[in-house]
Design a protein around this ligand. Sequence first.
Ligand SMILES: [Zn+2]
Ligand SMILES: [Zn+2]
Ligand SMILES: [Zn+2]
Length: 56
Amino acid sequence: MPDQTCACPHCKCVLGSDAIMKDGKGYCCQGCAEHHAHGEPCAAATGCECAKSAHT
Ligand SMILES: [Zn+2]
Ligand SMILES: [Zn+2]
Ligand SMILES: [Zn+2]
């Protein structure tokens, strides 16, 4: 199975062992799985700004 990337539109994070499956899609973290509805930051420590991008 190839590496999958997070289904969050602006997130490029690769799904790891902590990936969350929701609606048949994989998300790298809870924040992405909830579409950052409450401003949760991305769990990635790489400076991913998908959470900000979700609120533009
Ligand atoms: Zn992200
Ligand atoms: Zn993500
Ligand atoms: Zn995200």
